[in-house]
Design a protein around this ligand. Structure first.
Ligand code: C2E
Ligand code: CA
Ligand code: CA
Length: 542
């Protein structure tokens, strides 16, 4: 019921009540008058034996009971008026109360409507429109006081995958946890907004906080896995940063350029980027690259390069890692870091992985035919571990190439398992049942949950090259590498050190008891023919 119709209803009720009171009073008055007439006539008749005007006058003059009766119509009329007024008064007070109540309800509803049009219902954070308003206001005051601002866009890169893997309710839970971590990681938490899906934004007063530090603490705060239904879920994030007034003087330009920085951040290793005008040229080029990537297979532009894995026990090459390259007709050789993340965001990665697997199996078969018993490692990406058709596809190429599953090692990262551990485990298990071996790649950079590693059917653990490269000079890295080697060996895994660039590092790894090394010190990744020639003449030949 709205306020106006509520009041009208009340007014109608009041006049109905008043009418009721008056009616009862009038009825009382009529009864009283009738009683006076009947009583007077009766008194007159009983006193004189007949009814006459003198008898009636005498009865009225002398009978005390009639006097009281005579007063009754007045009493009834007065009572009617009095009762009517009291009811009207009470009804008036009621109207006032209810109007006030309606007014305060309306004000609350209005406040709620304003709040929900400016806030995100899920996280309770300001939404895009409030964020834009706040940036505009901040620009005005920053202009007056000659201050600088930063706008940071934060994106959960694998939000779509999380959404499709976990469904709406659970991915909402992840978003809520992200929002809480964001608020914890940032001093000016009241300036965080959720723009859409997995994209958040943040306005920073440069005098209050350093945007790069904020970006780091945000990334750090997102490292630990999120728990949904007691399962860990990992997110991949990136941040794009712009500065006012350096990169733009209005909110639209700033947010658009932060978007370009975000685009660059998605494709670089750091996962964050500060806008630079050179990005403007870069990003359309990237967009073209992305569309060209889809045709790279049919145009036969991919190549597999191989890098040796040397056993420190035998000092001989025991296997190779297959690393993809894109031989672009215009841009030349493009490294996988520049297109694999791009392929991972689209469905193209499935085709890329399948191309790599087919080529690696063909090359593996060739080596084994010529008596070179190399194990071939192939990198799988997150999406591959969510592709239920992968085991059958691999079964198909295995049958056509006659490669034995134990000649192949599939490299996966901790992060790729964490997005949807159950599905990933199922696919890993199916492949393991067929005899394929698994290796954990980039160990130490992800979410090192030993509990998970223990559950996986692993054969090998590869320590990330960022820990390996400095072991000679950094005591810290040396301790980490040494501990990791022992941990892996206790779990019954072979340990591979990546990124070995010189003999000192290799000898130190040997001292620590490392099983296998890989790195530029041995060879740079090279095409198969070059690799074969190199191996024949190398000290690492069996
Ligand atoms: P990754 O799997 O960690 O591969 C090792 C990377 O380290 C390779 O880079 C290799 O060239 C480089 N590397 C090896 N030894 C050294 C060294 O001594 N020093 C230095 N500085 N670097 C060394 P690359 O080939 O550029 O590959 C980069 C990443 O791209 C790979 O990292 C892998 O994550 C991804 N990648 C490569 N090929 C494929 C593929 O076929 N499928 C998928 N999904 N990802 C791939
Ligand atoms: Ca690898
Ligand atoms: Ca690696």
């Amino acid at each position: 019921m709205d306020q106006a119709s509520g009041s009208t209803q009340l007014l109608l009720n009041v006049s109905a009540l008043k009418g009721q009171a008056s009616k009862t009073a009038y009825l009382g008055a009529i009864i009283a008058v009738t009683s006076i007439i009947v009583a007077t006539l009766s008194v007159c008749y009983f006193a004189s034996g007949s009814i006459s005007l003198e008898g009636i006058v005498a009865a009225q003059k002398t009978n005390f009971g009639l006097w009281i009766l005579d007063a009754l119509p007045f009493i009834f009329t007065f009572w009617g008026q009095y009762a009517g007024s009291i009811i009207a008064y009470q009804a008036g007070a009621m109207i006032l109360d209810q109007t006030n109540e309606l007014r305060s309800k309306t004000a609350t509803l209005e406040k709620q409507a304003i709040y929900s049009s400016t806030h995100d219902a899920l996280t309770d954070l300001p939404n895009r429109s409030l964020f834009y308003d706040r940036v505009e206001q901040a620009i005005l005051s920053a202009n007056n006081q000659q201050r600088t601002l930063s706008v940071l866009l934060f994106e959960v890169e694998n939000y779509k995958e999380i959404y499709s893997a976990l469904g709406r309710n659970n991915s909402d839970l992840v978003l809520k946890q992200i929002s809480s971590r964001l608020q914890g990681a940032v001093k000016s938490f009241e300036n965080i907004a959720r723009l859409e899906g997995g994209t958040f934004s943040l306005l920073i007063d440069d005098e209050q906080e350093d945007v790069l530090q904020v970006s780091n603490s945000i990334q750090e705060s997102m490292q630990a896995a999120f728990i949904v239904e007691r399962q860990p879920v990992a997110i991949h994030t990136c941040t794009g940063i712009v500065k006012f007034p350096e990169h733009g003087e209005d909110v639209d330009t700033l947010v658009q350029r932060a978007g370009i920085a975000l685009y660059i951040a998605r494709n670089n290793k750091e996962g964050s980027a500060v806008y630079d005008p050179s990005f403007d040229k870069h990003s359309p080029q990237r967009l073209t690259l992305m569309s060209e990537l889809r045709h790279a297979i049919s145009r036969d532009e991919f190549a597999l390069f191989y890098q040796a894995k040397v056993s420190l026990e035998t000092n001989a090459v025991y296997g190779v890692e297959a690393l993809i390259r894109w031989l672009h007709p215009k841009h030349g050789l493009i490294s996988p870091d520049d297109f694999i993340p791009m392929a991972e965001r689209t469905r193209t990665i499935q085709q890329v992985t399948r191309w790599v697997l087919r080529q690696a199996f063909i090359d593996c078969a060739k080596w084994h035919k010529t008596g070179m018993n190399l194990k071939v490692s192939v990198n799988l990406s997150t999406k591959d571990l969510h592709d239920p058709e992968l085991p059958d596809f691999i079964g198909g190429i295995q049958a056509s190439t006659q490669v034995k599953p134990e000649w192949i090692i599939l490299e996966i990262t901790e992060g790729s398992i964490m997005t949807d551990p159950e599905q990933a485990m199922e696919i890993i298990q199916r492949l393991h049942d067929r005899g394929y071996q698994f290796s954990i790649d980039d160990y130490g950079t992800g979410y090192s949950s030993l509990a998970y590693l223990k559950k996986l059917p692993l054969a090998e653990l590869k320590i990330d090259r960022s820990f390996v490269k400095d072991i000679v000079h950094s005591q810290n890295d040396a301790v980490i590498v040494n501990a990791t080697i022992h941990l892996a060996q206790n779990l019954g895994l072979k340990i591979v050190a990546e990124g070995v660039e010189n003999t000192e590092v290799m000898e130190k790894l040997r001292d620590y008891g490392c099983d296998i090394v890989q790195g530029f010190y041995i060879n740079k990744p090279q095409p198969i023919e070059e690799f074969n020639t190199w191996l024949k003449n190398s000290q690492w030949h069996t």
